[in-house]
Design a protein. Sequence first.
Length: 145
Amino acid sequence: MQPIPETAERRAALGQEITARTGLDAAGIEEFLRAFYGAARQDPLLGPAFAGVEDWEGHIATLTRFWGSVALLAGTYHGQPMQAHRPLALTPAHFARWLALFEATARARLTAEGADYMLERARRIARSLELGLIPMPLPARRAPA
């Protein structure tokens, strides 16, 4: 069985199917992100992570490309999120708060299907970043009996 080739046309067709099923489109995702990250910037725990962002419009454009690629398979983001988040000294509490705020904003702003779809992806992304950025303690070695 041959794999299905990844092409711009295939991504576009899949993106259209996702839009039809979830109500998500590029403009709606950007609007959602503006609301979510606007709230995150004001959040006592999450806000300091954004203090170093000098060009907020440029940052929103990057986030929109990222989430357009994640949610709609747009293929417009080519960055390295792990490297971008490494200097932020994030903790498990940051990821938990980020997900809680993401969910609250998604439920308030998106269709139920769109919110579920975005949340499933957000949880995967948060898990991946958390595992990649926060070292897990190894169990203590037992002395041989």
